[in-house]
Design a protein around this ligand. Structure first.
Ligand code: HBI
Length: 122
């Protein structure tokens, strides 16, 4: 790999932009249609639809911070494996999670897969 290619690869990984490493094409992701979205919400009743972001959200409560952080560490590993990442916040024993697909500007099958993986951690 030439020194320029290495620089491009390094920059892409540094800024989280994997386009440069995928021959310049963003992976096209299909946004869920109304029927698919309804099925997703029925499948995950613990999650709430955010119509503004076209996202699903859930608030998790744990016994203490250590439990909450352990949950976040487990989710982080799964997110990396799926190459799909949550938008989330943590305050002591509380973890608020929002799932949406930036590449699709709304909910996609990737969010269903990540929600399923998160539910399996509980
Ligand atoms: N995570 N939630 C979310 N949405 C995305 O569009 C997204 C992501 N993680 C990685 C990613 N996109 C891209 O880097 C890959 O699809 C190439």
């Amino acid at each position: 790999m030439s020194s320029r290619s290495r620089l491009v690869a390094h920059r892409a990984l540094s800024y989280g932009d994997r386009t440069a490493l995928t021959s310049g094409r963003k992976t096209m992701v299909q946004k869920l249609d109304d029927a698919q979205r309804s099925a997703l919400l029925a499948r995950f009743p613990q999650w709430t639809h955010d119509p503004v972001r076209d996202a699903i959200t859930r608030q998790f409560r744990f016994d203490d911070f250590a439990q909450a952080f352990g949950f976040m560490a487990s989710v982080a590993i799964v997110a990396e494996k799926l190459d799909h990442h949550p938008e989330w916040s943590n305050v002591y024993n509380r973890v608020d999670v929002l799932l949406t697909t930036h590449d699709a500007n709304g909910l996609s099958e990737r969010d269903a897969k990540l929600a399923e993986a998160i539910e399996a951690l509980l």
